[in-house]
Ligand binder design. Structure first.
Ligand SMILES: [Zn+2]
Length: 246
């Protein structure tokens, strides 16, 4: 049996048992595991890791441990500011997402704020990974099993369980506040939404809405009509609070 000393930094500690957080731990193994396997077998998905130093030298996930090394593992600090030479794929310039089947409410929030978000309550893991790679979408999930798959390049583990907290977490983790474009994307189908004349949609509106609102928006794909109603107002209040928070 061999061993190496591991230290995980920052939010990577979220994935460790409480007793092993914020300290150097002895990782025991047989054979000569690669860094990716060694890190993931301790609970941390490789998608969360930006930099690994082995005895002070930055190395890739394919480096094999042989015993006695000191390994420092650092998290991704900002998803859109990955530095050259760091682990992981090329940085994304446009935030696009694909969500696992349990994150339907988060999907609605992201679309309401204008983010291109793929979601289906029947998406298999393999489909989510394939589309993430083909369309350069970040996988958002609370399923560590997906993120630990070697094929996954862009992934983020959602810590929060409440959708109201999840949207805050995503906006902050990816620094998306300035990129929010409310009412630019359809909540139902992810299509693009554009402003339309009231006369074009008036016949489809409830009486109260027709009397109270003047600005209307419509999905180019499915035809869904939107206006700045109570739900929209609540979301804007939430955003305003986030902007004010440190
Ligand atoms: Zn639509």
């Amino acid at each position: 049996m061999r061993s190496s000393q591991f230290r995980f930094y920052g939010q990577l500690n979220d994935f460790l048992p409480p007793a092993l957080r914020q300290r150097t731990v002895c990782y025991r193994y047989s054979g000569s595991p690669g860094l990716r396997d060694a890190i993931q077998s301790q609970g941390v998905p490789h998608t969360e890791v930006e930099l690994v130093l082995v005895d002070g030298v930055a190395l890739g996930f394919d480096f094999n441990l042989s015993g006695g090394e000191r390994v420092s593992v650092y998290p991704r600090f900002k998803a859109f500011e990955l530095q050259a030479g760091r682990l992981g794929p090329a940085p994304l310039t446009v935030p696009r997402f694909i969500l696992d089947v349990h994150l339907g409410k988060l999907c609605r929030y992201l679309r309401l704020l204008g983010f291109d978000t793929a979601y289906g309550n029947d998406f298999e893991d393999s489909h989510i990974i394939d589309r993430s790679l083909a369309e350069r979408r970040i996988i958002l999930t609370r399923d560590l099993g997906i993120l630990k798959q070697v094929r996954v390049q862009y992934g983020y583990f959602i810590r929060a369980t409440d959708p109201d907290c999840q949207i805050e977490e995503v906006l902050q983790a990816f620094e998306l506040m300035a990129r929010c474009r409310p009412l630019s994307r359809c909540i139902n189908c992810n299509g693009e939404v554009e402003q339309v004349a009231k006369s074009q949609v008036a016949s489809r509106l409830p009486d109260g809405t027709r009397r109270s609102y003047q600005l209307f928006y419509q999905c180019r794909t499915c035809g869904q009509v939107y206006w700045r109603g109570a739900h929209y107002a609540r979301l804007m209040q939430k955003l305003a609070r986030l902007r004010l928070s440190p």
